[in-house]
Design a protein. Sequence first.
Length: 275
Amino acid sequence: MRERSRVEETIYAMQRAGAGSLQVISDFDMTLTRFAHNGKRVATTHNILDNRLLINEDCTKKMRELLNIYYPIEIDASRSVEEKLPLMVEWWTKVHELLIQQKIRKDLLAQAVRESSTMLRDGYKVFFDGLAEHQVPLLIFSAGVGDVLEEVIRQNHVFHPNVHIISNYMDFDHTGVLRAFKGQLIHTFNKREGALSHAAGLRELQGRPNVLLLGDSLGDLTMADGVSEPQNVLTIGFLNDQVEERKETYINSFDIVLVKDETMDVPNAIFRYIT
Ligand code: C5P
Ligand code: MG
């Protein structure tokens, strides 16, 4: 924590206002899902699609090549967001074009999720169930693939009615074959635009000026930009990768930084206190 007293005061203020004034806005990949498990990286929603059921070997190879080029850029502490922006658009656009060429079938997505290495963070059930029980809206704001994300939380039995999702959704033709992606592309560094155009209009989030925000990327900090007249905003950043290079920036940007923490323990403790 950069400023422990600010964190404490924000949590006290949130507790005084109660669950009825709170909304939770969270990133998905590597925030609600684990970064690694037993020393191996856990699949992101895009990487769950890397399954022979859905894509061929050539597509796997091309997607991995793109990941090897663009992921280091995404997390590079020495480059500015302005510099990264066009490169992220390039990455997402190329991957989505590859996926469309593969004629992915909607009816096979659930099986690909079941066969994948994806895992929500330890304590996820307490987190999702607690928010649902107190009717606190959870906005999941993801630059991943919405259809896959939904299936992950459905298979983990936490797709409760208080969950709202903004993400990249697949557009299937009448035979259930992928033909495009819907709406405006969401990547790591344009969540502000999505927040203003989508989140700001969600009725369930109105009148809740206190925000608990969870993310793993600096781009996630803009996810609350659509909240009108925010009062108390507490941001928690999961620092998973390039820890030493990024620690200072993260501490200067998020209120709380969790280093290589694969659990929901801290968000759960804060929520338990607030309610
Ligand atoms: O849910 P979230 O916004 O975190 O999803 C985006 C993440 O997915 C990025 O952090 C990026 O590293 C990852 N990604 C990926 N493969 C892609 C594009 C993005 O693993 N083709
Ligand atoms: Mg993420």
